[in-house]
Design a protein around this ligand. Structure first.
Ligand code: ATP
Ligand code: MG
Length: 506
């Protein structure tokens, strides 16, 4: 056996090859035998197209079982799997292809004509298509090939994937992930979340992102059990499938949508053993309401594209709302002063730095950025501001880039958001810094009201803040929106808000 993550996962596959791996909403099932055979054929096709160890295979396809087999085929061929967000436009795809120079690019049949020139301009050797139901030139070309494929031996540090970050704070960066990064994270998550032989994962996340791919899918591969696969989150489908699932991994918006649905009852969630949330902060209210409605305490955890998962609330023990739990066993987390990089005193706020076998080896073709963010001793600077409390729970306060400096004073948006979110009639809020002639930046709150709470106005929000916050933290203006701008992972895009309100103070 080699250190190729696929080899490590294969050792955990069920003895019965007919055991289910992926089941679609349509009822169509793929077994572990299908996994081996289809990924084997795809890997053979890739190698036949000249894909050698370390070559990139870029992929922009809809979520499907075949897309998972393609990911596994890349691992088996020793290639670096490079998934692209399905929302990327032609121009964005062109940028990423030019950056990554993949040997093969796989897109949807519908996009092939439009992307052919883009791919050619980026020097892509072969353009293939993959449909959602196996109808694509990749599946067709692989159909006649021998399904037996000897997985290419890989070392622990060999490149397994390049995953682009979500682009919440700027242009997405390609994080180079090794086979060790994938294996260590998958093995740990599988263990700490107590995966069992009868577990079935309800999977409604995108698979171009670390959450749906390396956390959710890899965890199930390490367990050798089944996935109920939804193309995207859809409350009707989720309620249909919950009685057959045991674990769901989601982003906070999944939970707020479930809470908005009268079908969410203890009975609906009775078969489930674990609801997990990550990728963006889970509101304490969501945690509390979900517990009241279903009896389940959502387990919140924290991770990044560059590191995979970093911390998790405990499976057994207190899952504390507003915290992301304890560092994973093999992950070290420290809190450092943003400017000096020196560790802060216990319990103080600073930038989280992390170290461990899960930390990526660097940003693709960005050696300077890599050197800025990974210290010589291996500590990776997450860019997230947080603290570790007396019991060892990690609290995320926000991103260093979102810090507002108003009149020379630091304002952590989360502190203000927490006060505003607690006001009757507020669903949630986003606090940003907006250029201001006197203060440099002024605190501005963007607020989402509950239906029927339209009477809640700027003065009321500011009044509530005045009672609880120092003057420099009180918003200078409040805007009301119907919805906060979010990306595919449910993250609030504060850069768009800052852009929208930048002229507010002249
Ligand atoms: P970019 O790095 O391109 O700006 P991004 O940081 O949003 O985008 P991801 O790697 O997808 O890209 O997201 C990681 C970030 O998501 C973390 O650094 C953190 O800010 C946030 N995050 C993840 N989980 C949580 C959580 N449970 N609570 C709060 N924030 C979280
Ligand atoms: Mg980031």
């Amino acid at each position: 056996m080699t250190d190729n993550f696929f080899d490590i996962a294969t050792a955990r596959f069920p003895a019965d090859a007919d055991a289910p791996f992926i089941e679609l909403e349509s009822g169509r099932r793929y077994s572990y035998r299908d996994l081996m055979e289809i990924s084997g054929r795809y890997a053979r096709l890739l190698v036949g197209l000249g894909v050698a160890k370390g070559d990139r295979v870029a992929v922009q396809v809809e979520k499907s079982a075949e897309a998972v087999f393609l990911y596994l085929a890349c691992l088996r061929a020793g290639a670096a799997y490079l998934p692209l967000n399905t929302a990327y436009t032609k121009a964005e795809v062109g940028y990423f292809l030019g950056d990554a120079e993949p040997r093969v690019f796989v897109c949807t049949p519908g996009n092939a004509a439009a992307l052919a020139d883009t791919a050619a301009a980026a020097g892509v050797g072969t353009l293939l298509t993959l449909g959602t139901d196996g109808d694509g030139s990749l599946a067709e070309r692989a159909a006649g090939l021998d399904a037996e494929f000897a997985t290419v031996a890989c070392g622990a540090n060999d490149l397994a994937a390049i995953l682009y970050t979500s682009g919440t704070t700027g242009r997405s960066k390609g994080a180079m992930m090794s086979h060790r990064n994938l294996s260590s994270n998958a093995a740990t998550l599988h263990r700490i979340w107590g995966f069992r032989p009868d577990d079935v994962l309800l999977h409604a996340l995108p698979i171009f992102h670390t959450h749906g791919l390396f956390v959710a899918t890899n965890c199930v591969l390490m367990n050798g059990t089944g996935i109920l696969f939804l193309p995207k989150f859809d409350a009707d489908a989720v309620f249909r499938l919950l009685p057959r699932a045991t674990v769901m991994m989601g982003v906070p918006t999944f939970y707020t949508r479930l809470l908005a649905d009268p079908r969410l009852t203890p009975e609906a969630a009775a078969h489930m053993r674990l609801f997990i949330s990550g990728s963006a902060p889970l509101l304490a209210d969501t945690h509390r309401e979900f517990r009241e409605r279903t009896g389940h305490a959502i387990l919140e955890r924290y991770g990044m594209t560059e590191t995979g998962m970093l911390t998790s609330n405990p499976l057994d023990g207190d899952r504390i709302p507003g915290t992301v739990g304890f560092p994973l066993p093999e992950v070290s987390v420290r809190v450092a002063d943003e400017k000096t990089g020196e560790p802060v005193a216990d319990g103080e706020i600073g930038v989280l730095e992390v170290k461990g076998p899960n930390v990526f080896s660097g940003y693709w073709r960005m050696p300077e950025k890599t050197a800025q963010e990974i210290r010589p001793g291996g500590w990776f600077i997450t860019g997230d501001v947080g603290r570790i409390d007396g019991r060892g729970y990690v609290h995320i306060i926000g991103r260093a880039k979102d810090l507002v400096i108003s009149g020379g004073f630091n304002v952590y948006p989360k502190e203000v958001e927490t006060v505003i979110d607690a006001i009757d009639g507020v669903v949630e809020s986003a606090v940003i810094g907006v250029p201001h002639p006197d203060f440099g930046e002024a605190v501005v709150a963007v607020v989402l009201r509950r239906p029927g709470a339209e009477a809640l106005d700027e003065a009321a929000v500011i009044g509530a803040c005045r009672e609880q916050l120092a003057n420099f933290k009180v918003p200078k203006a409040v805007a009301f929106l119907e919805e906060l701008p979010r990306n595919a992972m449910g993250k609030v895009q504060k850069n768009l808000l800052r852009e929208a309100y930048r002229g507010l103070f002249g």
